[in-house]
Design a protein around this ligand. Structure first.
Ligand code: SF4
Length: 261
């Protein structure tokens, strides 16, 4: 079986954080079995090596966020729409003007099921399985595959281009492109966001949320993924916890609390 393996030491070894001791319990990372690392953990490393280290090596995880029930509902309904056209081999109306239809690949359901492993790749060098669940896969008439991600939001003005702040979305696409290439697929650098914006300007709700949907192409570059995976394993081999980001509101919240209390 493939599992994450952690052992919790009962020793009183102290762990240094923000120049102070965070806890007296040490969690010792013992990688005895093949490790599994999700796309979001790779992204956590890029965002903050310290948060990544605390999560993977010491099993101290960020508090979970709230479930995005409405976004999940939009994803679910979009999936049904695209599956309808996938079964018939036809274009969805949003694909008009581009050379792509929903891909009929035998592994599509497996690749869309992130809880069931999604698209996975076993990295021999690090004895680690990397994985992530895609939203959709489209294919061109030349057999090139396009990674597709659904996004849902609500704003006064519909999102028609990828926001500047959305680097996490860009990395997400590029990790999926990387994973699918590792699975031998002929993957195009062009990925697509199906971006649905709920209209907040309407006069009433009337049990209906209206959306404006835009197809946003994104030219991915996955060349950073291999080097990032090597760097994150290098970090895991070290004993020193990386410094926190002085601009991070979460760490500053803890720091202020400690100062006051
Ligand atoms: S700086 Fe922010 S992101 Fe980094 S460890 Fe602290 S809470 Fe996590």
């Amino acid at each position: 079986m493939v599992v994450d393996k952690f052992n919790k030491s009962t020793s009183n070894k102290k762990i240094l954080g923000m120049g102070k001791y965070l806890t007296k319990q040490a969690y010792i990372f013992t990688k005895k079995e093949t490790m599994k690392l999700s796309r979001s953990k790779i992204d956590l490393f890029v965002e903050c090596p310290r948060c990544f280290y605390l999560d993977i090596k010491m099993n101290i995880k960020r508090p979970p966020g709230f479930p995005f029930s409405l976004n999940n509902a939009v994803d679910h309904l979009l999936k049904k729409e695209f599956d309808f056209h996938r079964a018939k081999g036809t274009q969805h109306p949003i694909q008009s003007g581009i050379d792509a239809i929903p891909a009929q690949h035998p592994l599509i359901d497996q690749w869309r099921n992130s809880l069931g492993g999604g698209v996975s790749y076993y990295d021999v060098a690090h004895d680690c399985t990397l994985y992530g669940g895609i939203d959709d896969l489209w294919v061109s008439s030349e057999g090139k595959y396009h990674v597709v991600d659904y996004k849902a939001t609500a704003k006064d003005i519909a999102v028609s281009e990828l926001p500047d702040w959305a680097n996490g979305y860009r990395r997400q696409m590029e990790i999926y492109q990387w994973l699918l290439r590792k699975n031998g697929l002929n993957v195009s650098n062009t990925a697509y966001f199906v971006y649905c914006t709920g209209d907040k300007k309407r006069s009433d709700f009337n049990n209906t949320l209206h959306f404006e949907t835009h197809l946003i192409p994104y030219l991915g570059d996955d060349s950073w993924v291999d080097v990032t995976i090597s760097r994150l394993f290098e970090l895991l081999s070290k004993e020193t916890i990386p410094e926190h980001n002085p601009n991070c509101p979460h760490c500053n919240f803890v720091k202020k609390q400690k100062e006051i209390l």
